[in-house]
Design a protein around this ligand. Structure first.
Ligand code: SF4
Length: 131
């Protein structure tokens, strides 16, 4: 029941990032004025943890345009073709809980409440989203 109400809130957002992106530091606003609203709240720099590219740091432009915005299938050569999800969305619930939703083909795949037991890079994305 509680998760359901948070899922309703999620549907009102358009926030998502690549499920293989591990954010580490804020990138700043960048060249666009005004800066776009980004999935993790602002532009984050980080590394790619896709299989075979572990800890690769993409160019900043790639991070801004693809890693931060998700749906990289067909746009990024590092995105695994067998990936379970295309993107991750986050939403802050009314009770302060943060909900994550893994998406595929623009539909929810699975979701849950963020907690310290989540694996990388989902947990790092949730921390970035909440900052
Ligand atoms: S968009 Fe590509 S480079 Fe960026 S995190 Fe995803 S798979 Fe890695």
């Amino acid at each position: 029941m509680r998760e359901g109400s948070n899922l309703i809130a999620y549907r009102c957002t358009r926030q998502m990032a690549c499920p293989f992106f591990e954010p580490r530091t804020k990138l700043g606003e960048g060249p666009l004025d005004p800066p776009p609203r980004l999935p993790l709240g602002q532009a984050w720099g980080g590394v790619c943890v896709a299989p075979g590219f572990s800890r690769h740091e993409p160019e900043e432009s790639e991070q801004r345009d693809i890693c931060n915005t998700g749906y990289a299938r067909g746009r990024c050569e590092r995105f695994p073709s067998n990936s379970e999800a295309d993107a991750v969305r986050f939403s802050a619930g009314r009770d302060g809980a943060i909900v994550y939703i893994l998406e595929k083909d623009h539909s929810p795949l699975r979701f849950g409440i963020v907690n310290d037991q989540l694996e990388s890079p989902l947990l790092e994305q949730a921390k970035a989203f909440s900052k």
